[in-house]
Every structure is written in structure tokens, then in C-alpha cells.
Ligand binder design. Structure first.
Ligand SMILES: Nc1ncnc2c1ncn2[C@@H]1O[C@H](COP(=O)(O)OP(=O)(O)OP(=O)(O)O)[C@@H](O)[C@H]1O
Length: 335
């Protein structure tokens, strides 16, 4: 669909909205059948304060609107089976010339889990996630998403996945609303569903006032949030998010976490990479630490962090901290 069509669709939509009677109240939601995973309060990286502060009630930005389409369809909740593997990564490898980016990664992500992937810069996280989501062809290994082989049947697998890639390349000459419309249409949603979900997502991500503006004019954090919204619009079964909190302010990050926690509680599965150990320790139930293309530790967050914090374990596995030497010149005056 070309941009003109989108603009036209939008104009038609807004005219139809003006002419239409008030929305029907939302149908009652189906109760979520799965118990929310209990995440233990944990120490911060500094080890002194409880990691999860009590939430202060948030003032709604706009009067609450009745929601007619839940972000997560009830079928996903019904299908939840935590003993099933949502994402299986087996023997995944990738070289770029003489650089080995990923050297045989094996990770199983159970359905309904919140899985963190951490590692130092250049460890191979983005390369792994790109191969997992069908964006980069592996040299070796197998990836399955709910038993669909990502590389043998990419179309079937990709229908199940929502992706937030690293190095976002969005069609930023579209408005936020047009970009959501484009993402939803690509996923085969009809216009009414896309409109409803776009509204829901914009409210959830605090982008209501920005939907009519060009994405190229968004701040880095707003761009990340609209891309996250686009990754969710087709209510995927698994979300693969590369550094979703990068550039996102703390209040918005807490919002995003809340959205993802609801998604997981309802039966979705989240795999995300992040450099925030504190965030991963607080929100994820499982984690893998990747160093130089290999998984050095994986399991529940408690298993991986052992007696310390996740950050301590990470620093230990990543080879410890290096003290800066030979940098005395930085303190000398250049006048
Ligand atoms: N397209 C590419 N061409 C050449 N080398 C690449 C390419 N993409 C990644 N690499 C190399 O592969 C290795 C792993 O990179 P990758 O981006 O996966 O790391 P990362 O763990 O995501 O790092 P960061 O935390 O800095 O984002 C690095 O050495 C990187 O230079």
C-alpha cells in the first residue's frame, strides 16, 4: 500500500468516525486463566534496595476509553502450556568473514516466559535475535517458533512473531498512525481492527498526541515506542525485542514493562535483550548470558545469578572489569 492510499484511508476513517454513533461499550474480557509468574523482589545492582518499588497510582492522561479489541486474543490464553517450548534455538552459528559472531547457541524459551538475553557489546545478541526472527540467515543451526521452523517455513513462523529489531529502519516519512496502519495491513488485519488496535497501542505507549506527526520528527524514545507498538499490532504469540528500553525514559519503560507483563501473564512469550541488568533481574524469569558468541550461563534468573546480583555474575562471566590505565593524559590540560 502506498502512502497516498494510507492517507486516503485515514481521511476516510476519520470521516467515518465523525459520522458514526458513539462506540459500543467493551465486551467483558475473558478472565486470564494463568497465574502471573511470581517474581521475587531482588536487590539492585548496588545490592542495597529492594528492586521493585511499590507502584504509585498513575493519573490517566485521557479519560479511560472502552476497549473493544483486547491486545491479546483469548485464544492465546486458552492455548497456554508452560511446559511447551515457544522458541527453540539449537546450534545456531554465524560468521562474518573471519569474525565469529555466534558460535553454537542453544536456548529453549518456555511458553509464557519472560526471557532476557544479556552480554557485553559485540557478544552476538543482535546477530542471534536477527537469525531467530528470520532477518539474517544462519550458517548453521535450527530455530523453531512454536514448532514452526523459521528457516524452512519463514512465512508460518513470522506470523507468530512480533519483532523489534536493533538499528531501527522505519518508514519514517509516515505518521505514527500511518506506520501502525501499514504494519497492521502487512499482517493482514482489516482497517477497523487496525484502527482500534492503533488507538489501544497509542494509549498504552502514551503516543496519543503524536499519532498524526511524522515518525521522522519523533524523539529516539518515541521512535522506539512506535516500533514496539508496530511489533504488537498483530497480537503475536512471541515478541522478540532487541534492546526495547534503550532511549526510553523511566516512566515509559515502567509502562512498557507493565504491558509486557500483562502479555506474558496472558500466555504470550517475550524474549528481549538489554544492557540493564537491574531491569532484567526485576522483570525476567529466565536469562541467558552470551559472551563471544557462546552461552556461558542460562536458566532462571535465580539460578544464573547464584548468590549475588545478575550484574555481578555478568561481570564475572564477561571477564571482569578492566581498570583504565595509561589515561593520565585525560587529566592534563590541553590549553
Ligand atoms: N553485518 C556485519 N558484518 C560484519 N560483522 C558483524 C556484522 N554484524 C555483526 N558483526 C560482528 O558480530 C559480532 C557480534 O555483533 P552483535 O551486533 O551481534 O553484538 P551484540 O551482542 O548485539 O552487541 P551490542 O551489545 O553492542 O549491541 C561483533 O563482533 C560485530 O562486529
Amino acid at each position: 500500500m502506498v502512502v497516498d492510499d494510507l492517507v486516503e484511508a485515514e481521511l476516510e476513517a476519520s470521516a467515518a468516525q465523525k459520522a458514526a454513533p458513539a462506540k459500543k461499550p467493551a465486551a467483558p474480557r475473558k478472565p486470564v486463566q494463568r497465574k502471573a509468574p511470581v517474581r521475587k523482589p531482588a536487590a539492585t545492582a548496588a545490592g542495597e534496595a529492594p528492586a521493585r518499588a511499590p507502584r504509585t497510582p498513575r493519573t490517566p492522561r485521557t479519560p479511560a476509553k472502552p476497549r473493544t479489541t483486547p491486545i491479546l486474543p483469548p485464544s492465546v490464553v486458552r492455548d497456554l502450556d508452560p511446559s511447551k517450548i515457544a522458541l527453540s534455538i539449537s546450534g545456531l552459528s554465524k560468521k562474518f568473514g573471519s569474525t565469529t559472531a555466534v558460535a553454537g547457541v542453544d536456548i529453549d524459551v518456555p511458553q509464557g516466559s519472560f526471557y532476557g538475553i544479556v552480554g557485553p557489546n559485540g557478544a552476538g545478541k543482535t546477530t542471534t535475535l536477527s537469525m531467530v526472527t528470520g532477518l539474517l540467515r544462519p550458517d548453521g543451526g535450527v530455530v523453531t517458533v512454536l514448532e514452526q521452523d523459521v528457516w524452512r517455513d519463514p512465512a508460518a513462523a513470522k506470523r507468530l512473531i512480533g519483532v523489534l529489531p536493533d538499528r531501527l529502519r522505519l518508514f519514517d516519512r509516515l505518521t505514527g498512525r500511518q506506520l501502525l496502519h501499514y504494519s497492521g495491513s502487512l499482517r493482514g488485519l482489516d482497517s477497523a481492527t487496525v484502527r482500534q488496535r492503533s488507538e489501544d497501542l497509542a494509549t498504552a505507549f502514551g503516543l496519543e498526541d503524536a499519532l498524526g506527526r511524522l515518525v521522522s520528527d519523533y524523539s529516539a524514545g518515541m521512535t522506539k515506542k512506535i516500533a514496539l507498538a508496530c511489533s504488537m499490532i498483530h497480537s503475536p504469540r512471541i515478541l522478540v525485542l532487541d534492546e526495547p528500553f534503550e532511549s526510553v525514559d523511566p516512566v515509559s519503560a515502567a509502562n512498557v514493562v507493565e504491558i509486557l507483563e500483562k502479555y506474558v501473564t496472558g500466555g504470550g512469550t517475550v524474549v528481549l535483550s538489554s544492557h540493564s541488568m537491574d531491569m532484567i533481574q526485576r522483570v525476567c524469569d529466565r536469562v541467558a548470558i552470551i559472551v563471544e558468541g557462546r552461552v556461558l550461563a542460562k536458566g532462571t534468573v535465580d539460578e544464573v545469578r547464584e548468590d549475588g546480583t545478575l550484574e555481578q555474575r555478568f561481570v564475572e562471566l564477561a571477564g571482569g572489569r578492566k581498570s583504565p590505565e595509561g589515561m593520565e593524559w585525560l587529566l592534563s590540560s590541553s590549553d
